[in-house]
Design a protein around this ligand. Structure first.
Ligand code: UD1
Ligand code: CA
Length: 431
């Protein structure tokens, strides 16, 4: 089915109380408009985004990630409102799905459902227990008669439970004939897209109600709405992953970015946070660990481990309070309290407790290269740039500021002094 999509995203989003445009606020790692774009791309090859407020910024962010999206700038000064937003929008196909940019929870399946059939207009309707400030939909004999905006309703009309969810699928006739005819004679002096319904009815055209799932069509207008949408999106992402075979302990405490991917049998313990485009392959992420834009393969992290961007862990173990950044570890154990940054560590190497790679000299970052089967004693500082060859042992407490040859022992340590009976002299007690 050839279908065009128009996404309305020109509104100001005042209630977000933010300098960031509403539709660029993120949900599960992605601006909410991008979730809508992804659903749109699954059903259409002709997508137009309508912009006005902060148009340049939004367009730039979209173009950085998506191709073949068209933009239309609304003449919002002269034609405010959802109907004004559709004025002059050109589409390629016979039917057009009109979406809102602040509905990040829309799914491909719901869009397919709305696009079905031949009615002049298919419109999305939600049916909550109690009506709220959405447009009320008057339905008679299974056909929609009109939509009355909340601000234009009489007290009786306010009781109507069928609410306009704000998503429509319309024919070319509607776009070409009714949109130009809209007027702004209403409580808000705006051009209401909803008035196309009454026009179609007056022309004896069919307006078909499609009852949709309320949560999926909930618009995000405030940071509270954003938090609710985030929770719903998280539940959806995690449910999908568990069905795919990922184990989650107390899933309600786990956060997973929508861009993260999982292969093989993975385990996420409570409090695990998986951010960015992370790739987990047979990984076990223990309680309260954070993984950010990294690949974890046949490895365990945590509890309370932190893996920062551009890390590759293979057959390795990262323990509590170990932070790894921009490093590659293959067959490595780092069990406790370490910082490994800008490093490459070879197979069979063991990083003792409290080992620090000093990767920053105050001006720039430097690399640490550690070979195979290296034993690094506890509390060692490796001052980068530095290379430790294979089969080296470094004694605990060493400060390593030059390269170490294969097979050597490196030890830097002030000699230990002891003073007999010092304790008793100091505290004035008998030995
Ligand atoms: C609209 C519907 C209402 C429905 C509700 C559901 C109209 C007149 N009313 O309400 O019946 O219950 O959606 O959410 O359509 N936008 C523009 N340009 C504008 C104004 C809005 O592009 O000039 C965009 C917004 O960015 C947003 C969408 O249109 O993505 C909906 O706008 P919003 O103000 O939230 O909808 P309402 O007018 O409150
Ligand atoms: Ca409005």
């Amino acid at each position: 089915m050839a279908l065009s999509v128009v996404i309305l995203a020109a509104g100001q989003g005042t209630r977000m109380k933010s300098d960031t445009p509403k539709v660029l606020h993120e949900i599960s790692g992605k601006p909410m408009l991008f979730h809508t774009l992804d659903a749109a791309q699954a059903v259409s090859d002709d997508i137009t985004v309508v912009l006005y407020h902060q148009a340049a910024r939004i367009q730039q962010e979209i173009e950085a990630l998506y191709h073949n999206i068209r933009f239309h700038i609304q003449d919002a000064e002269n034609f405010p409102g959802t109907g004004g937003a559709m004025r002059g929008v050109a589409t390629q196909h016979d039917r057009t799905l009109i979406l809102n940019g602040d509905m990040p929870l829309l799914t491909e399946a719901s869009l397919q459902l709305l696009a079905e059939g031949e009615a002049e207009i298919n419109m999305s309707i939600i049916l909550p227990e109690r009506p709220y400030a959405y447009g009320r939909v008057v339905i008679e004999k299974g056909r929609v008669q009109k939509i009355i905006e909340d601000k234009d309703c009489t007290p009786e009309q306010k009781q109507i439970r069928h609410l306009n969810a704000g998503v429509y699928c319309v024919s070319r006739h509607v776009l070409e004939t009714y949109i130009p005819r809209l007027s702004n004679h209403n409580a808000q002096a705006e051009y209401y897209l909803t008035d196309i319904v009454q026009m179609a009815v007056e022309d004896d055209k069919e307006v078909h109600p499609v009852i949709v799932e309320e949560r999926e069509f909930q618009g995000v207008n405030s940071k509270l709405d954003l938090a609710h949408a985030e929770r719903f999106m998280q539940d959806r992402i995690k449910a999908g992953l568990m069905m795919q075979g990922v184990s989650m302990r107390l899933p309600e405490t786990i956060y997973v970015d929508c861009r993260a991917s999982f292969e093989g049998e993975c385990i996420l313990e409570n409090g695990a946070t998986i951010l960015g485009e992370s790739r987990l392959i047979r990984a076990h992420i223990k309680a309260h660990s954070v993984i950010e834009s990294s690949q974890i393969e046949d490895s365990t992290v945590g509890p309370m481990g932190r893996v920062r961007p551009d890390t590759l862990l293979k057959k390795s173990h990262i323990g509590n309070f170990v932070e790894v950044k921009k490093s590659t570890l293959a067959g490595v154990k780092a069990g406790h309290l370490s910082y490994i940054g800008d490093s490459i560590v070879g197979e069979g190497s063991n990083i003792g407790a409290g080992v620090i790679t000093c990767n920053y000299d105050g001006k720039s970052k430097h690399q640490t290269v550690i070979g195979k089967n290296v034993f690094i004693g506890s509390d060692t500082q490796l001052i980068a740039p530095v290379t430790i060859a294979d089969e080296v042992m470094i004694a605990a407490g060493s400060t390593v500021n030059k390269n170490i040859e294969k097979g050597s022992l490196a030890i830097s340590r002030a000699p230990l002094k002891t003073v007999r009976n010092f304790f008793y002299k100091f505290f004035g007690k008998e030995a």
